[in-house]
Ligand binder design. Structure first.
Ligand code: MG
Length: 393
C-alpha cells in the first residue's frame, strides 16, 4: 500500500495577525510547518509528502523542505483550502492507494494517530481523526445583538474534527471534484457530500490546531514543557583501528586517505558515535544492540543508513532530534574540506537541517594509538526533545 501525505499550508492564518503565515512561525525554535512535515516524513507508512504553500512562499520554499529523507514536493495553494488540497492531489504520485491530508497548523500529531487514520481509510475508504466535545455545544442566533442561544445540541453526538483525514485515492478524487462547486472547511465534509461514509478515529487532545495567539502560547508551553521537561541528552563514543586497503568513511563521506577504519560495516566512527548519542538520549540502548556485528544484515552496511534507522526509531518513540555535535579525532588526513559534505549527509539521514549538525576535527597531538595513527575515534552528543508533552487530562 502506497501512501502520500498532503500538508495543507496554503492559508495565511489571519487570525494570528501579522504578515507572516502562521504555519511559518517558530515553535520552540522550529517552524510549525517543519514540525508537521517532519511527523509525516518520519512515518514509516508515508512514501512522499506534498506541501501546498501560499503562492508567494511556494516560489521560494523554506530550506527545511529540501533534502529530507523522503520526497517533499511543494505546490502553490489556491484560494480556498480545498483548492490547495486539490492542487496537491494533482501533484501526488498516481500510484498512491491512500492520500492522508493534514493541517500544517497541527504540529503535535502522533505517529500512532497517523497510523490509525491510514488503517481505517484503507479498510473503509475514508477516515478522520475527531475528539468528543467536552464542552456543551449551543447553536447561537447571531442575527441581532445581544446574541441569544437558539438551542442546545446533544453533546454525546458532537465530535470535533481534526486532521489527519485519510482517503482512498478515488474517494478523495470524487470529493475534490465536487469541491469545485461546493465549499467546505475540511475534506471529510466533501467526502460526506459525495455520498461516502467517513469513519471516525479517536483523535488526540494534544493534536491542537495553532490558530490564535492563545493557541500559540499553549503550543509553546507544550514544546517547552515548562522549561526543559522532555529535553534529554545522550553521548556516543567510537573507535576503530586504521589499516591499509580500507576506505575511510566519515560522516557518510569517503575521505581520501592511505588507510581506512577496520570494521564489520563501513566503520564510520562519526556516524557510529552520533547513532549512539541519539539512541542514548532517547533511552533506546546502543548501536551494538540494535545492529549486532553477528547479524549478516549489517555486514558492509552503510552507517548513514544505520543512523537514519536509529533517528527514525527515536521519532517513533515520540522524540525529535534537536541537534548533534561530533568531534572526530585522527592524526591525518585533514578533514576540514569534507566537513560541509558530512554535515549535509548526516543531517539528511537524521532528517534535520544541516545547521543542527556540527562536525569538528581534532588531532591527538601524537599521543596514544590515535596519535600514532593506528586508530580513529569520535565523540558525539545529541539532544532530543519529546515531540509533545501531553497536557494534563
Ligand atoms: Mg563503530
Amino acid at each position: 500500500m502506497k501512501v502520500t501525505a498532503v500538508i495543507a499550508a496554503g492559508g495565511r492564518g489571519e487570525r494570528l495577525g501579522g504578515s507572516r503565515p502562521k504555519q511559518l512561525l517558530l515553535l520552540g525554535g522550529r517552524a510549525i510547518l517543519e514540525r508537521s512535515v517532519a511527523a509525516f516524513v518520519a512515518h514509516p507508512a508515508i512514501a512522499e509528502v506534498v506541501v501546498a504553500l501560499p503562492a508567494d512562499v511556494a516560489t521560494d520554499p523554506p530550506s527545511y523542505l529540501r533534502g529530507r529523507s523522503k520526497p517533499v514536493v511543494v505546490v502553490a495553494g489556491g484560494a480556498r483550502r480545498q483548492d490547495s488540497v486539490a492542487r496537491a492531489f494533482l501533484a501526488a504520485d498516481v500510484a498512491s492507494d491512500i492520500v492522508v491530508v493534514h493541517d500544517a497548523a497541527r504540529p503535535f500529531v502522533s505517529a500512532d494517530l497517523i497510523t490509525r487514520t491510514i488503517d481505517a481509510a484503507a479498510e473503509s475508504g475514508a477516515a478522520m481523526a475527531a475528539v468528543p466535545s467536552r464542552d456543551t455545544v449551543k447553536r447561537v442566533d447571531r442575527r441581532e445583538l445581544p446574541h441569544l442561544v437558539a438551542h442546545t445540541l446533544p453533546r454525546d453526538e458532537i465530535y470535533l474534527a481534526q486532521t489527519p483525514q485519510a482517503f482512498r485515492r478515488d474517494v478523495l478524487r470524487d470529493a475534490l471534484a465536487l469541491g469545485q462547486t461546493a465549499d467546505a472547511t475540511d475534506e471529510a465534509a466533501l467526502v460526506e457530500r459525495a455520498g461516502h461514509p467517513v469513519r471516525v478515529v479517536e483523535g488526540e487532545a494534544s493534536n491542537i490546531k495553532v490558530t490564535t495567539a492563545a493557541d500559540l502560547a499553549m503550543a509553546e508551553a507544550m514544546v517547552r514543557g515548562g522549561g526543559g521537561a522532555g529535553v534529554r541528552v545522550g553521548t556516543g563514543y567510537d573507535l576503530h583501528r586504521l589499516v591499509e586497503g580500507r576506505l575511510l568513511v566519515l560522516g557518510g563521506v569517503a575521505v581520501p586517505s592511505d588507510r581506512g577504519a577496520l570494521g564489520h560495516s563501513d566503520a564510520d566512527v562519526a556516524c557510529h558515535a552520533i547513532t549512539d548519542a541519539i539512541l542514548g538520549a532517547a533511552g533506546l540502548g546502543d548501536i551494538g544492540r540494535m545492529f549486532p556485528d553477528a547479524d549478516p544484515r549489517w555486514k558492509d552496511a552503510s552507517s548513514l543508513d544505520l543512523l537514519a534507522r536509529a533517528a527514525a526509531l527515536a521519532v517513533e518513540h515520540g522524540y525529535e532530534v534537536g541537534n548533534v555535535d561530533v568531534t572526530i579525532v585522527l592524526e591525518r588526513p585533514k578533514i576540514r574540506e569534507h566537513i560541509d559534505a558530512m554535515r549535509t549527509a548526516v543531517a539528511k539521514a537524521i532528517d534535520i537541517e544541516p545547521a543542527r549538525v556540527s562536525v569538528k576535527g581534532k588531532t591527538n597531538e601524537g599521543v596514544d594509538a590515535v596519535g600514532r595513527g593506528e586508530a580513529i575515534a569520535a565523540h558525539a552528543v545529541a539532544l532530543v526533545r519529546a515531540r509533545s508533552l501531553k497536557p494534563e487530562a
